[in-house]
Ligand binder design. Structure first.
Ligand code: XIL
Length: 379
């Protein structure tokens, strides 16, 4: 049977033949030459970095196949959870650096840059920090956290998501514990402290839906405030948690242009395109929906038409990234393969989602080939 998958793979045989000479290992089934794949990081080497999020088992290199896939495909990594305050700094004077140190070693050994995520975020905050009532004590926590963590990894990580998700959808400041204790200067203050503690790391503001006009305007105002205070901010991360068939291409392009006009690098930092139903957009991790079988329609596989739409969405997206490769410095997927994506558990528990370029068997999906095909067409 000729599937969409097979059709997409056909023209790649020539590309693969020319690209595999320098490759030492392949992740796809090597028994069939046409199944060999090229690596994203190689294909986009001259354009932008290609990243993935890594979870704990991956950082511990527990599964050799996943481990090989990561090293083969990606040159930048963001820790999915282990550098969030809740994990790194569980109590006032207790820090758990073991896994983050391991990740740094992993990066060094494999020539992979680390984007550390994240210093200041209202979610996944340690319980003790939430309980602090006194404003001065809260400010001390804020300062200690940034100083201790950012200085420990100075010279060891490439960049920091200094502040994550400080904005509401309408562009106003989110009513977080940081806002209520410190006022809206907390963002500038976070960058000031990070810059001091880690002078060589690139420093970013990161958010979801900040490609949408109102939130983008808020994001621009926030960046300008940091810049006007004479504090360094190097880039803006657009998380990129989008939905199949609804990727906001126009706003994404407009955002690349507007953010880069501020002198900022633009990154897509948590890219995934989900295919399952939900009744809201964005990626507020505290927003959830009740489990219901109707919300999990593709347990036995993704219909071809959706697979095709997903491949086309990814293709359009990467076309846009390539068009603005002088402004876009990194594209990071939020996970390595569909089987471990956070979207299987959020916003509804226990679903079977298909948001990434590699499937549950670690095989490249049609979307992978459509993205790679963009470069092939240029040759
Ligand atoms: C998610 C992780 O993927 C999950 O494992 C965790 O349970 C919740 O957080 N925006 C962010 C990321 O900046 O840190 C979030 O990661 C996804 C949304």
């Amino acid at each position: 049977m000729i599937t969409f998958n097979t059709i997409l793979k056909l023209p790649l045989i020539a590309l693969v033949a020319s690209c595999t000479a320098s490759k030492t290992n392949t992740v796809a089934d090597t028994t069939s030459p046409s199944n060999k794949v090229v690596s994203l990081k190689e294909v986009f080497k001259k354009d932008f970095g290609i990243g993935t999020a890594m979870n704990t088992p991956q950082i511990e290199e527990r599964d050799p196949k996943v481990n090989a896939l990561i090293k083969e495909q990606f040159n930048m990594v963001t820790p999915e959870n282990i550098m969030k305050a809740e994990e790194l700094h569980p109590q006032w004077d207790v820090y758990n650096f073991a896994l983050a140190d391991k990740l740094v070693e992993y990066g060094k050994k494999n020539n992979i840059k680390i984007n550390a995520h994240t210093l200041i975020w209202h979610s996944q905050l340690p319980a003790f920090a939430r309980r602090i009532q006194d404003v001065d004590s809260f400010k001390t926590f804020f300062r200690n956290h940034i100083n201790t963590v950012a200085s420990r990894y100075e010279g060891k990580v490439f960049s920091w998501d200094v502040v994550n998700e400080a904005l509401n959808e309408d562009g106003t400041m989110r009513k977080s514990v940081f806002l209520s204790k410190m006022g809206d200067d907390f963002v500038t203050e976070a960058f000031r402290l990070a810059q001091k503690a880690s002078p060589t790391a690139e420093l970013y503001y990161n958010d979801y839906n900040n490609e949408q006009p109102k939130k983008r305007a808020g994001c621009i105002a926030l960046v300008k405030k940091v810049q006007d205070a004479g504090v360094r901010i190097d880039g803006v991360g657009i998380q990129g948690h989008w939905h199949v068939g609804k990727v906001p291409f126009k706003e994404i392009e407009e955002s690349i242009l507007q953010y880069s006009a501020l002198g900022l690098k633009v990154m897509f930092t948590e890219l995934d395109i989900e295919v399952l139903p939900r009744n809201f957009s964005g990626a507020d991790v505290n927003q959830r929906m009740k489990e219901d079988p109707s919300l999990n329609p593709y347990v036995n596989g993704l219909p071809d038409s959706i697979q095709q739409q997903l491949a086309s969405d990814y293709e359009q997206l990467f076309k846009l990234f390539l068009k603005h490769k002088d402004k876009v410095t990194r594209v990071t997927f939020w996970g390595v393969h569909d089987g471990q994506s956070w979207l299987n558990g959020w916003p509804v528990r226990g679903r079977t989602n298909y948001p990434l370029l590699f499937d549950r068997q670690l095989q490249p999906k049609p979307a992978f080939y459509s993205v790679i095909g963009l470069k092939q067409a240029k040759k």
